[in-house]
Design a protein. Structure first.
Length: 89
């Protein structure tokens, strides 16, 4: 059974896709930094300088950037649906 919603071509990227990708990369960098800065606590070595803990904040920044990309994509899809609905009347 075919869906009523046509699928977009695979080479067509929606608005916000770049933000989601960038946010995921920044989030992963922050997650790795978090694991690295927490490791000395378990290994009994000297902790890293405070700058290393600041890099851990990239996890939250990446989450926010990805969320902004999702919201941008939602807005574009709503505008597209509204335009398609107005054209059908």
């Amino acid at each position: 059974m075919r869906s009523e919603t046509p699928s977009a071509p695979s080479d067509d990227s929606a608005p916000g896709d770049g933000l989601v990708r960038a946010g995921a990369i920044v989030f992963i960098i922050g997650a790795v930094a978090t694991l690295v800065t927490v490791a000395p606590l378990f290994l009994g070595t000297d902790p890293f300088p405070p700058v290393a803990y600041a890099v851990c904040m990239l996890m939250g920044v990446g989450f926010l950037v990805a969320g902004a990309g999702v919201l941008r994509s939602i807005g574009a899809q709503r505008r597209q649906a509204k335009a398609a609905g107005a054209g059908a009347d």
